[in-house]
Design a protein around this ligand. Structure first.
Ligand code: GDP
Ligand code: IMO
Ligand code: MG
Length: 424
């Protein structure tokens, strides 16, 4: 068996949560492989809406195991809150959720360090979600981190104190005033105790054994390819490998075990936080996309920046991830547009380029766009697609060389059109 991967092609919020939930009945295991509570994955069904941050989006389905992999960073406080929401819904979470012993823990002081780092950067701040992601991955690669498995060791508290002390020294050097830490710590420790009812596993063995037993596994990405630490719009990125390779290191699966790679993208583009965004529309068209698409962050509530579809960026993401199938979301948001634009190349230093640049932050990028007719009508899963939408899909398929196998037309589970070649 192979592990299928579903991941974002843009700057996150492509609708991963919704689509993973839709695909879950075809899988035995859904596994998150990177990121942490910076993610906000929204699911809607039966008139209810849920936002998951750490928990994989298969959790609402009976018979599917949900694994938080070693590549994920976990804030016990956020995770406990997510679980409280599951308890409200009578989801038997102890039977459906597993946590890797090798996943790293976000400490309260990691969050403070995130805030201190952003404050120090001033106008050049990353626009981090302030969830402590960067500092936690820094401690991981710096070989200082605390992991889930440490909770089971007798000297966990001492390890915690030692790391906290290091952080406090750093914060002091950054002239960052620490406030309310006792309260945060108390909540954190209580959450650690709470989490111990979820099985901690050697997840690399779990997942490889599941593969051997012929189980179907879907790896769920967080963020998007353009936020990847290596290949995104650095330094305005997150601190993990969001691309397909991250599924191997974040779960302990070998590259030759990767099956389908589903690349998910919005029919337009959004970005939350700072950093370059070549097709951004800072005018009334951008505002129209934001209003119709309800483009406000699922984790922070910040307004998302909006712009037209960027084929240079999409093709870059298809290349980096070895995408085999594409999924397009939020097609319905474009219903009210008579014409659409698609960026087909950039001009930099007077030269046309089809490549995502090394550094867009410090140079002017002119986007070269083509105007295409919009469908300018309601779309629905019960009706054939308007010809202009078919043409839009055709154009993207030709440019990327990948088939679009799902078109999403609304936030609800049911507002999903599976196109002829059935995925999974
Ligand atoms: P994720 O982080 O990739 O899971 O995406 P988010 O949940 O952060 O953001 C996607 C938003 O769009 C959520 O509010 C979804 O409910 C919503 N959504 C997903 N698919 C569609 C769609 O096809 N149409 C519309 N209108 N909304 C959608
Ligand atoms: P999902 O999984 C959109 C952005 C932040 C910021 C940058 C770094 O819901 O698609 P971080 O807190 O990771 O240090 O922030 O990355 N960012 C996201 N943007 N969706 C996300 O996740 C994001 N996770 C991080 O806004 O610009
Ligand atoms: Mg999101």
């Amino acid at each position: 068996m192979q592990v299928d991967v579903l991941l974002g092609m843009q700057w996150g919020d492509e609708g991963k949560g919704k689509i993973v939930d839709v695909l879950t009945p075809k899988y035995d295991v859904i596994a998150r492989f990177q990121g942490g509570p910076n993610a906000g994955h929204t699911l809607e069904f039966d008139g209810k809406k849920f936002v998951l941050h750490t928990i994989p989006s298969g959790i609402f389905h009976e018979g599917t195991m949900n694994l938080i992999g070693n590549g994920v960073v976990i804030d016990p406080v956020t995770l406990r809150k997510e679980i409280y929401n599951l308890i409200d819904q009578k989801v038997p979470f102890t039977e459906r959720l597993l946590i890797s012993r090798k996943a790293h823990l976000i400490l309260p002081t990691h969050r403070l360090l995130d805030a201190a780092s952003e404050k120090a950067k001033g106008k050049d701040k990353i626009g981090s979600t302030l969830k402590g992601i960067g500092p936690t991955y820094m401690d991981k690669t710096g070989r200082n981190g605390l992991r889930i498995g440490d909770i089971e060791t007798p000297d966990f508290k001492e390890k915690y104190e030692a790391l906290k002390e290091k952080h406090l020294q750093l914060l002091d050097r950054m002239n960052y005033e620490v406030d309310g830490l006792d309260e945060m710590e108390k909540e954190w420790m209580e959450s650690i105790t709470f989490l111990q009812q979820i099985p901690f596993v050697n997840s690399e063995y779990y997942i490889n054994q599941a593969l051997q037993e012929g189980k179907k596994i879907l790896a769920e990405g967080a963020q998007g390819s353009l936020l990847d630490i290596d290949f995104g719009s650095y330094p305005f990125v997150t601190s993990s490998n969001t691309i397909c390779a991250g599924a191997c290191t974040g779960l302990g699966i070998a590259p030759n075990r990767i099956g389908e790679v589903y690349g998910i993208f919005k029919a337009y583009c959004t970005r939350v936080g700072s950093g370059p965004f070549p097709t951004e529309l800072e005018d009334e068209i951008g505002q129209k996309l934001r209003d119709i698409g309800h483009e406000y962050g699922a984790t922070t509530g910040r307004p998302r920046r909006c712009g037209w579809l960027d084929m240079v960026a999409l093709k870059y993401a298809v290349m980096l991830n070895g995408v085999t199938k594409l999924i397009m979301t939020k097609a319905d948001v474009l219903n009210a547009f008579e014409t659409l634009e698609v960026c087909t190349s950039y001009t930099m230093n007077g030269e046309e380029t089809f490549e995502f640049p090394f550094d867009h932050a410090n140079q002017t990028i002119k986007t070269n766009c083509k105007t295409i007719p919009g469908w300018n009508q309601e779309v629905s899963v019960d009706k054939p697609l308007p010809s202009q939408l078919e043409d839009y899909i055709d154009c993207i398929e030709k440019e990327t060389g990948c088939q679009i196998v799902i078109v999403s037309m609304g936030p609800d589970r049911k507002q999903t059109m599976i196109r002829d070649n059935q995925p999974a």
